[in-house]
Write a protein that binds this ligand. Sequence first.
Ligand SMILES: Cc1cc2nc3c(=O)[nH]c(=O)nc-3n(C[C@H](O)[C@H](O)[C@H](O)COP(=O)(O)OP(=O)(O)OC[C@H]3O[C@@H](n4cnc5c(N)ncnc54)[C@H](O)[C@@H]3O)c2cc1C
Length: 407
Amino acid sequence: YLVSGQKIYITYGEHDMAKNIVHLVLARTPDAPEGVKGISLFVVPKFLVNADGSLGERNDVHCISIEHKLGIKASPTAVLQFGDHGGATGYLVGEENRGLEYMFVMMNAARFAVGMQGIAVAERAYQKAVQYAKDRVQSRDLAGSPGPVAIIHQPDVKRMLMTMRGYIEASRALAYYAAAAYDAQHASPDEASRKQSQAVYEFLVPIVKGFSTEMSIEVASLGVQVHGGMGFIEETGAAQHYRDARILTIYEGTTAIQANDLIGRKTVRDGGATAKLFSEKIQQTEKDLASSGTADAKAALKQLTAARIAFESAVEFIVANSKTDVKAVYAGSFAYLRLCGLILGAWQMARALLAAQELRAGDPNFYDAKIATARFFAENLLPQSQALATSILESGHSTNALSAEQF
Ligand SMILES: Cc1cc2nc3c(=O)[nH]c(=O)nc-3n(C[C@H](O)[C@H](O)[C@H](O)COP(=O)(O)OP(=O)(O)OC[C@H]3O[C@@H](n4cnc5c(N)ncnc54)[C@H](O)[C@@H]3O)c2cc1C
């Protein structure tokens, strides 16, 4: 095939780290059906490859620009021009018109991976903030001290560090839970359990992508705040994490696209069955927390139960109204994604709390920190669930109230 046209936003579309660059390109054949059903997938190499594997002629695909960006500046984002000199040679992958389906194999893996990218950037922002908070001496201790102390002793700095740490640990635990479901989907010997693991994994992918990346922006922003004025000065590196995190809620599908997927394909399509399965799993953890009976477990239980009820009310509203009041339901899609991230993250943290209580003797310092972080997540971050459920159930009409002209 001879491919022509222009592609923008091509990550690593041009670089000098390899002798050849193999582009996977979605394009339409001349008589393809309208819309997404007419998209095919092609391999278009920068250099054509000879029969013996050596590099041959330069193909007619050229980088005409590298974008200037807010962040991820080490990642070249190319504008590629195909076929200005007669057509770029492309080789069809698989069958014609099935390109979008093939692309989604990559896309589903990429969405999970971008979620992990969010966790990684957030983790680095946290490490840097902790280091700075221990080094920076400013103000006396609230409980009294002979002179100024490191800012890590101030309760509000602890609040920021605990928030960062809580979001990161919860998002990471949830991503690992999703990864285990993916493995079980492929490796479980039992057909029914493979099916259930698949539903669990597919439900979690938009949450791992959407929640972990939204939280990474929040965490990186807190990282800047912990540094005070120095956070705004490039030298400390805190601002770079904030700028780098900003793309993560955009590429491989914006948060809104993840939230639409979570509502439409993952919640409504099966009548809320997978969402209810999570609710049952959370109730099992509530029972475990109750039988543990420690003060930490009781504190986590109180918040987890309240948040689970809020989650159930949101699921019920979405399933009941998705046909009759679709715009009101989708007005709450972002809040629903965030609510799912919070409740499922808190559930993982509660499981971690229980495990840490069992294992405590092996490494008290580590496990006590795990227990404290899980309790903080439940008491400080998870209560947002109530507000999110209210906005899902109540604000659909006010969100949609203004006409386009009224903006
Ligand atoms: C640095 C960078 C690297 C990239 N790398 C690649 C790459 O290598 N390959 C590649 O193919 N693409 C790449 N992209 C493209 C990227 O995936 C898209 O920019 C992204 O998916 C958003 O699409 P869009 O830009 O068309 O935004 P739009 O779709 O125009 O979205 C604009 C706004 O409208 C909202 N919106 C749009 N539709 C809906 C809807 N149905 N419901 C609710 N809200 C909606 C969005 O959430 C967003 O807030 C890259 C982009 C950037 C910036």
